[in-house]
Design a protein around this ligand. Structure first.
Ligand code: ATP
Ligand code: MG
Length: 263
C-alpha cells in the first residue's frame, strides 16, 4: 500500500546569489489543512524560499512537489493552476472595479473562461463572489470600488481573491505587513479558520511573533539560508539555537513574556 504524498514536499532547496547562500539545502513538508510558519531574521532566505515555491525564482538545486507532482521549473501561472495560491496580489486588483467584481474576475480566471472581461464581468459568478466575500467578512462592501477600501479590508479582499482559485496551498509572505497589531491577529485568525475548514495548507512568514505563536500548528526556522529548527510553537520557542538567533531582536522573548504574563 502506498502512502499518500504530503500536500507540499520541499527537498534540498538551494539558491545562491554570487557568494551569498540565500537558501541552503532546505527540506520540509506540509499537510493539507496545516498552518506552517516560516520564520527567521531579516535576510534569512524566507522570501527566496517562497519565490522558489511559487515559480518566480528557479532553485539552483532541489525539488518542490505538490501532492507528489513536481512543480520545480514550472512557471508561476502553471503552479497557480495546480492549486497554489498567493496573497500579496493586491496591487493586481482593479481599483475602479467594485469589491465583488474583483472576486468575479478571479473566479472567471479560475474557471478559465474566455470572454471580454470588461464586457461581462458584472453578472458572471455573482453569487459565488458574494459567498466568498461573506466568508471573509466583506459582504457589506461588495458594491464599493476597491480603491476606496482601507488597508485591512483590502487584505481580506485579497484573501477572497486567493480563495476564488480554490487553492490547495496558500503561500503568504508577510500577509499582515503594514497592518495594526489587532488587525494582524484578526487576519491570521480568519485565514487559519478558513484554511482548517477547507483543508487548505498554509505556509506563511510573519515578523510578529504573537501572530506566529497563536496561529501556527508548526514552525520552521531559517537562519542564513539554513533550517535550524522545526517543531510546535512551544518546542521552537524553547529551542536554544532559535533563542540565540532571536535574542538580538528580542522578539521571541517578548512574545513569550507577553503570553506568560497574560496566562
Ligand atoms: N535577487 C537577489 N540578488 C542578490 N541577493 C539577493 C536577491 N534576493 C535575495 N538576496 C539575498 O538573499 C538573502 C535572503 O533574502 P530574502 O529576501 O530571501 O530574506 P527574507 O528572510 O525574506 O528577509 P526579510 O525578513 O527581510 O523579508 C539576503 O542576503 C538577500 O540580500
Ligand atoms: Mg522577505
Amino acid at each position: 500500500m502506498s502512502v499518500a504524498p504530503p500536500l507540499l514536499a520541499v527537498e534540498g532547496l538551494t539558491k545562491s546569489y554570487g557568494g551569498i547562500h540565500a537558501v541552503r539545502g532546505v527540506s520540509f513538508s506540509l499537510r493539507s489543512g496545516e498552518i506552517l510558519a516560516l520564520i527567521g531574521p531579516n535576510g534569512a532566505g524566507k522570501s527566496t524560499c517562497f519565490d522558489m515555491l511559487n515559480g518566480q525564482n528557479k532553485p539552483d538545486t532541489g525539488h518542490v512537489r505538490l501532492l507528489g507532482e513536481e512543480t520545480t521549473g514550472k512557471k508561476p501561472r502553471e503552479i497557480w493552476r495546480m492549486g497554489v495560491g498567493r496573497t500579496f496580489q493586491i496591487t493586481a486588483t482593479f481599483a475602479t472595479m467594485t469589491v465583488r467584481e474583483n472576486v468575479q474576475v478571479a473566479l472567471i480566471s479560475h474557471g478559465k473562461q474566455l470572454f471580454n472581461l470588461w464586457g461581462s464581468a458584472p453578472n458572471f459568478d455573482r453569487g459565488e463572489a458574494g459567498r466568498l466575500l461573506e466568508l471573509v467578512g466583506m459582504g457589506g462592501y461588495a458594491d464599493r470600488p476597491c480603491g476606496e477600501l482601507a488597508y485591512g479590508d483590502l487584505k481580506r479582499l485579497e484573501l477572497a481573491v486567493a480563495l476564488a482559485n480554490q487553492p490547495k496551498l496558500l503561500l503568504m509572505d508577510e500577509p499582515t505587513a503594514g497592518m495594526a497589531p489587532r488587525e494582524r491577529v484578526d487576519l491570521m485568525r480568519l485565514t487559519a479558520s478558513i484554511a482548517r475548514e477547507k483543508s487548505i495548507g498554509v505556509l506563511f512568514t510573519e515578523h510578529d511573533m504573537d501572530v506566529v505563536f497563536e496561529h501556527a500548528d508548526r514552525i520552521i526556522v531559517l537562519n542564513r539560508g539554513t533550517l535550524i529548527a522545526e517543531g510546535s510553537p512551544a518546542e521552537v520557542r524553547s529551542n536554544p539555537q532559535v533563542q540565540a538567533v532571536y535574542l538580538g531582536e528580542g522578539l521571541l522573548y517578548e512574545a513569550g513574556h507577553r503570553e506568560g504574563a497574560s496566562a
